[in-house]
Design a protein around this ligand. Structure first.
Ligand code: ARG
Length: 581
């Protein structure tokens, strides 16, 4: 029997093999191995009850026969619980061998690698140009980045694409306002993107009040879309100004992209889409617009997916169709993950249904399309977060406040610390807190943005995780030993706190699997929190630097592995750690 990285898959295999040698069990028997409630053991195999019922057998007897067919192993003990569940309690030697074996980073990374690497495009962040990034964009940015890291960690080829909204109606209004005010884009003052946004706001109110302005703005947009050199030149500059403001935020957050194609990139790629969808009878002309209905769907049978407006203009849906085609043809994408607000669920559902029909008609495999959607960030009044005067909160202001608050925390704790070190720590703590406040929640839920809570040293927060990491570093500093240099020991996890921590460690692969399956980083976040908590109670109960070298080495090993998994896990979530805090 080998020590497998993912013990739940191994147990699953073992049980299935036993079942194939077991009388009364057919091929369709489907045992499920899952993490057990601690009271019962480490893992539990279910599925006996329903199978026994279907086939008129006694579930406990069936479980016993299965146990008898299992190979001898000194790595676990089995027992039967309730109506035929099989419990597995792992032995101390298994725990020890596992934590010993999957020690260093490269080993862990290698073991975490999938044997079926895929090419996955992650479409995330995707703000609209000519406006600043607001708090609404943080979720897509943070969640998208962590999914990219998660999938890369597992050996997938990830393409990060920032699908900027850089070709929308906002440009008509903005170009109109720029011309009306004779603004030079080379001279927008100290905060160019904010000036653009003000101009846009001004333009919007003009076009709302006066139909003449509105038609002027529309004309500017048509001119731009028809390639008017002056407007194109202005548009290009606006894009540059926007990108440089986005970049300063991405840099702060350690986020990067392979491409920022944006909607404008697809503007000359939409004609063939109309032709193909018409040819395959997937879309129809309805009141002058080109639309797709999905008769088999409850809502989309009547709610149209408009792919060309009645004035002939393309829209968000058109570019998204062209984008799928591009990513499939040019990049050979196996999967495309879109990270957006939950309010776009209908759009993506309609898009996915349309793509499915289109590719089926052409007899080509569609990439797997996944919409990773998220809820709203609420203010402490439980309404969508806004500034005091009702404006959207600028992301840059929020991130600056985070580091400022963290800076006060650091100074309060260590008043003598050098300023450069204070700033370094404050950045990690402040940005980590904002990030983790987001990633520690199920992404589909709304959450309340509360400074005090996210910066607290206690509870499921980034500072708590960072503190656990710093504490382990300090143990190794005091012990004057490197986490990777711990000698072998003949003492295995025995005491309750040792066993509990060891048990937590070996659930890492299972958590990674679940996080990937559901594309929900909070599973990993929750695990890291539990690991930190388990570590804390281990450390409170077990002195590490004891006389007995064997015990000491095992305990150091537990510390080292906790550190290791905490560091890998936080890195996937994009949270930086500290050696001292
Ligand atoms: N720019 C859009 C927005 O701000 C998000 C784009 C998401 N990606 C996509 N391929 N539709 O809402």
């Amino acid at each position: 029997m080998k020590i497998e990285f993912d013990i739940s898959s191994e147990l699953d295999k073992v049980i299935r093999e036993a079942a194939s040698n077991c009388e009364g069990l057919r091929d369709d028997f489907d045992p499920q191995v899952r993490q057990a409630d601690e009271r019962f053991g480490d893992f539990q195999a279910n599925g006996m009850l329903s199978y026994a019922k279907q086939t008129g057998q006694n579930p406990r007897e069936l479980a016993q026969r299965l146990i008898d067919a299992l190979p001898e192993s000194n790595f676990w003990e089995t027992s039967i619980a309730g109506p035929g569940f099989i419990n597995f309690v792992l032995s101390s030697s298994f725990y020890y061998k596992w934590i010993e074996k999957f020690g260093n980073s490269s080993k862990l990374r290698q073991e975490s690698r999938t044997d079926k690497p895929r090419k996955i495009v992650i479409d995330f962040s995707s703000p609209n140009t000519a406006k600043q990034m607001h708090v609404g964009h943080i979720r897509s940015t943070i969640i998208g980045e962590s999914l990219a890291r998660l999938l890369e960690f597992q050996g997938h080829e990830v393409i990060r694409d920032n699908h900027l909204g850089d070709w929308g109606t906002q440009f008509g209004i903005l170009l109109y306002a720029i011309k009306r005010e004779h603004i030079s884009l080379d001279d927008l003052g100290p905060d160019p993107i904010a000036s653009l946004e003000n101009l846009y706001r001004q333009g919007t109110s003009w076009t709302k009040e006066d139909p003449v302005c509105l038609s002027q703005a529309r004309k500017e947009l048509v001119k731009l879309q028809n390639g008017d050199p002056e407007n194109l030149n202005l548009w290009e500059k606006i894009r540059e100004i926007s990108m440089s403001s986005f970049h300063s935020i991405y840099k702060m957050l350690g986020v990067h992209f392979d491409h920022s194609y944006g909607e404008s990139f697809y503007r000359d790629k939409v004609e063939p889409i109309y032709e193909k969808l018409l040819k395959h009878n997937i879309c129809i002309i309805d009141e002058g617009a080109l639309v797709v209905f999905h008769p088999e769907h409850k809502r989309f049978a009547k709610q149209p997916f408009i792919i060309r407006k009645s004035d002939g203009a393309s829209n968000y849906a058109t570019t998204d169709l062209a984008t799928v085609e591009f990513r499939k043809k040019e990049w050979n994408a196996d999967q495309i993950i879109y990270v957006t607000d939950g309010r776009q669920r209908d759009h993506f559902e309609q898009l996915f249904l349309t793509v499915k029909k289109w590719y089926a008609a052409e007899n080509v495999d569609s990439p797997t399309l996944s919409h990773v959607w998220f809820g709203t960030i609420l203010g402490e009044d439980n309404k969508a977060i806004k500034t005091r005067d009702g404006q959207p909160v600028k992301l840059i202001d929020l991130l600056t406040e985070a580091t400022d608050r963290a800076q006060n925390m650091v100074i309060e704790k260590k008043p003598d610390l050098e300023l450069s070190e204070v700033k370094k720590r404050a950045k990690k703590i402040g940005l980590g807190a904002v990030r983790y406040a987001d990633l520690s929640q199920d992404r589909t839920l709304d959450y309340v943005f509360a400074w005090e809570k996210m910066l607290a040293m206690q509870g499921n927060t980034a500072p708590y995780l960072q503190y656990a990491v710093a504490r382990i570093h300090s143990i190794f500093r005091k012990a004057e030993i490197e986490p990777l240099d711990i000698p072998p020991t003949s003492y295995f996890p025995t005491s309750e706190s040792e066993r509990k921590l060891a048990r937590k460690l070996l659930f890492f692969p299972i958590v990674l699997k679940q996080t990937t399956k559901e594309l929900k980083p909070h599973f990993l976040g929750g695990y890291l929190y539990e690991l930190a908590t388990e570590f804390s109670s281990f450390y409170n109960q077990s002195k590490v630097m004891v006389e007995d070298k064997n015990i000491m080495h095992l305990r150091l090993l537990l510390c080292a592995r906790t550190l290791h998994l905490m560091e890998i896990g936080t890195e996937i979530l994009g949270i930086e750690t500290l050696e001292e805090m």
